[in-house]
Design a protein around this ligand. Sequence first.
Ligand SMILES: Cc1ncc(COP(=O)(O)O)c(C=O)c1O
Length: 386
Amino acid sequence: MDIDKIRSQIPVLDHTVYMNTGWSGPPPRRVAQAMTDRIELELEQGPTTPGVYESGKEIEEQALEAAARIFNATVEEVLVTRNTTEGLNIVLSGLDWDRGDEIIICDMEHGSVIAPAQLIGQRHGVGVKVVDLEVHDSSETIVTKIEAAFTPKTRMVFISHILYSTGRRMPAEAIGRMAKDRGVLLLLDGAQAGGHIELDMASSPFDFYSIPGQKWMLGYEGSGALYIRREHLERIHPAHTGGRGIASPADAHNFQPMPGTMEKFLGGSVSVPVQAAFLESIKFIEEAGIGNIEARNLDLAGSAKAKLSEVPGVTVLSPSERRESSGLVTFAVAGQTPVSVVERLWQDHRIVVRQVGHPEGVRVSLHFFNTEEEVDLLVGGVRGLA
Ligand SMILES: Cc1ncc(COP(=O)(O)O)c(C=O)c1O
């Protein structure tokens, strides 16, 4: 990987230490260009003009194929969405829930897991079991805790693959195998995983998986993708649909649903400029290689954790084991609120990070374009505060 070349394509890095990819990644110039090119084309020639319309359809198709490559899944199992949360809701609101069914979630989850799970619970009389985790629980402990929450009523385990709060990589494969043995579904929130770690739906015991375009993939907000394992497709009903989701949209007497397809979730129009950026961002990530990205992010995070833990007053809240880690590193500084640390790092050093609430800490996102020198700047800045 030629890091200098990669960095030269991400303009914000010229003047800012950008460590907030877990919220929204910094777009490479060519990703922005793909979007503005499309906006310009539609501006000059009109979106439905012959030739322009068809090229838009081609972008949509290529974006779908690219998303399928990220998942290592077939295009028939993938839908391009507007964000992670939309994909999660498509699955949850599409299943036939029975009163008394149970969903297992964890307490360190993002609101995009908590809110849809709890709302399904309220609406359909489904029990939501919240498994309480400790920051330094081992993978084995997490699997045991989740196993203990299973009952004959459990229908689904719904967790993040990488926890947004601490960057912990969850033992999703082991949880998936355990779920499969009991006929329980596994829905994964991959908001912190797409473009960050290698995904392989073909060989993983995952039933549903949702990712965003704007975070580790370095695309724009308004893009994402959902994977639904083929064997489950018919049981996820479209809670929202439209003319693109049926076979004969112009014939009101001849309703032809398409239950076995991802197209059934398509409602109205989509933003072609945003999909053009999504497509270009996937190409950018693929050129670097997701395996290389994953390894580099883990190296940078390992180094940040080792250096931060030597600073007096700093407590690292992310796992130290490599297999349980990601490019997210969360830490607390004694005597300082996370908000004040975030503000000072920005004001004094132009370092962009964020605070998280559970556990309370400062979260740093290290993606492949970041460098060891930037990690040293961060550690120096934190040492100055601590
Ligand atoms: C774990 C997790 N889930 C969901 C989301 C929301 O993602 P999106 O805006 O793509 O729906 C985030 C992003 O902040 C996240 O970290």
